[in-house]
Design a protein. Structure first.
Length: 629
């Protein structure tokens, strides 16, 4: 059994990018110090690389870099650091050094979850602890809002009144979609409340939180009631744990099954019942105020949202705007989220434009990262802009705020609606003015990109690579085995493929999808490839393209890698022909896995050493081994 000097857990509310960026940063920091590390990730796909009791016991210390609950009780007796996921990305060397130098306190648990212990014995602050609890609720609530919002929006394809039996627009299937979507959206407040309470009071907190959340929802308190109810339920359970801690150990089962649920639901539920009247008035007033600003002051609202979304890119301020948008979505307001999404998408796109405007201002790795951010940004992954912001935060973050504000202001001014809180350009078919929305985001990104290229211009790299470019970091390229290994087989890798054009290549991929058993209709897959290219070229740089197709004829996710006999013309960032193709086949319902695959490959392509090895690989075996390295 492998023994790890350090174990670490990373997690963010959306679980798409921050989680894995912090994982990479910590792994690289441990490698520099010559120590072993295992990182447990808490992403949207669940917990991966989970620790065994032996691994926890043998570790010198624990680093928690997460903005969601990661079950701290199991680390009783270990030296433990508890910080935000952002610190895990930005300060990994410092965190690793503190563990190795024994410069952190030992965490103690009394066998029950004690919030005061967590706050006093870790490097986290009280407010960070509150934020983690809140984000635990948000991360569990978010998929419901996505599912409910999209299904409800699809029902409007048959008409705005298509779910009303008394309307001429009535359609029974649209009514079914609207009903199911509504049920999913209605779960938002109870689930938010329950999982905030679960982060504080564990299983008993979950039970009390669900009951309190249902009272908050039924009495119309909105998401504010869900937040307040979650903390109320959680700390009610903590109080009960304290009051009953002297009962004999033999009565632990009675406490968990009878005392805590019954007394907890009564106390928390009764308080929420009487708090509901003022909470409902506050919620109604706030929503009315925001809705009024959409109509009367779109410029001011867009400016505020742009500043909030670009200020910390996934941190507490960004999440405040995001959470408000999801709450309004649940009430059928799709306009507010459109501005929030635009403000979140603009920063990563701006980094790509900045690299295009002033290549000499950036190192080779930074240029690659900027190009990859076109892909990440278009799927609403803002985190790719963080390294650029961190270079010179006092100047670069305000520059990102400018572009985000422009995108949000133009979106609000023209009353664009977006029914889903995530997905970026993937949800364009559901946007009421898709062309304008993309245009406004691009305008904001270009403005930020131009300013960013000027601000970074004095740091030009002329023909000389930085130390970071020269350093071989195989661990930095590490990809979760389940992310790529499970969808890439040797049969999916072809070398010396003889095609003469992009469309002929896409036809080859489509036929390969059928011959390898991934799809039942090559023409359908081919048309989806073409549709994706018409929306925006998947050509990257250095002769690499990443075409992908999502269709209901595709039965399982797959990754195809082709090395071409001769380069073919393809629209790329550096205007060079393509000789290497990394393609993804995506089922219609893949639960967001394709974002993880694209993110994994995008991170690999940010590293010059990986790209060079891929270009030099001549055989199927070499390519397969490279992706498994």
């Amino acid at each position: 059994m492998t023994k790890y000097t350090i174990i670490a857990a990373t997690g963010c509310p959306t679980g798409i990018a921050h989680t894995y960026m912090a994982q990479e940063a910590l792994e690289e920091a441990a490698k520099k110090r010559g120590v072993s590390i295992k990182v447990e990730t808490h992403g949207q796909s669940g917990t991966e690389n989970q620790f065994t009791p032996e691994e926890i016991s043998n570790a010198k210390g624990v680093i928690i870099a997460a903005d969601k609950d990661v079950d701290i009780e199991r680390f009783d007796g270990k030296r433990l650091i508890n910080v935000s996921v952002t610190k895990g990305m930005k300060e990994p060397d410092e965190l690793v050094s503190k563990i190795l130098d024994d410069d952190v306190p030992i965490y103690h648990s009394n066998g029950q979850y004690n919030k005061e212990d967590q706050i006093s014995t870790t490097n986290g602050t009280f407010w960070h602890s509150i934020y983690v609890d809140l984000m635990n609720g948000v991360s569990h609530m978010l998929p419901l809002v996505v599912a409910g919002g999209v299904l409800t929006a699809i029902s409007f394809f048959w008409g705005i009144n298509s779910a009303d039996p008394n309307s001429a627009q009535f359609n029974s299937f649209a009514q079914l979609l609207n009903t199911i979507g509504g049920f999913a959206m209605n779960l938002m407040v109870p689930v938010l409340c329950a999982y905030i309470a679960e982060a504080i009071g564990k299983r008993s907190g979950l039970v009390v939180g669900f009951a309190t959340g249902m009272i908050a929802y039924t009495n119309g308190t909105g998401f504010l009631g869900g937040i307040v109810g979650g903390f109320l339920a959680g700390y009610t359970v903590v109080l009960l744990q304290h009051l009953f801690k002297k009962l004999p150990k033999s009565l632990d089962g009675l406490k968990q099954i009878f005392l805590f649920p019954v007394i907890g639901v009564f106390i928390s539920g009764a308080i929420m019942w009487y708090m509901s009247v003022p909470m409902k008035d506050i919620n109604t007033g706030m929503m009315a105020f925001l809705k009024g600003m959409e109509n009367s002051s779109p410029l001011v609202l867009g400016l505020i949202i742009g500043i909030m979304c670009a200020s910390d890119m996934g941190g507490p301020i960004n999440k405040a705007a995001y959470l408000t948008g999801t709450a309004l979505l649940a009430q059928g307001n799709y306009f507010f989220m459109a501005g929030v999404s635009a403000a979140c998408i603009a920063p990563p796109l701006a980094t790509g434009f900045s690299v295009l405007f002033n290549r000499k201002a950036y190192s080779e790795n930074e240029r690659s990262a900027g190009y990859v951010n076109f892909l990440l940004g278009s799927t609403h992954i803002t985190e790719g802009a963080i390294p650029f912001a961190a270079k010179n935060p006092l100047i670069n973050i305000p520059i990102f705020m400018v572009g985000s504000s422009i995108a949000a202001i133009l979106t609000y001014t023209t009353r664009i609606s977006v029914p889903a809180p995530h997905g970026g350009f993937i949800v364009l078919p559901l946007v009421n003015k898709p062309f304008l929305w993309v245009l406004f985001i691009v305008i904001g990104a270009i403005v930020s990109g131009l300013l960013l290229s000027l601000a970074d211009g004095h740091k030009a790299h002329v023909g000389e690579k930085t130390l970071e470019d020269k350093r071989e970091v195989s661990n930095e390229r590490k990809v979760n085995d389940e992310s790529l290994d499970s969808i890439l087989t040797v049969d999916n890798i072809k070398v010396n493929v003889d095609v003469e054009s992009r469309d002929e290549l896409l036809r080859y991929l489509s036929n390969l999808s059928v011959s390898n058993g991934y799809s039942s209709d090559a023409n359908a897959v081919y048309n989806k490839y073409l549709a994706r290219e018409s929306a925006g070229s998947t050509g990257m740089e250095k002769g690499i393209a990443i075409p992908h197709a999502q269709d209901n004829t595709i039965n399982t996710s797959a990754m195809l890698v082709l090395k071409l006999k001769q380069p073919i013309e393809w629209k790329t960032f550096d205007n060079q022909p393509v000789d290497t193709v990394i393609s993804f086949l995506i089922p219609e319902r893949d639960q967001g896995n394709h974002l993880r695959y694209l993110s994994s490959v995008s991170k690999l392509l940010m590293h010059e050493s990986f790209v060079q090895e891929l270009k030099n690989a001549k055989s199927v075996e070499e390519i397969a081994a490279l992706f498994k390295k």
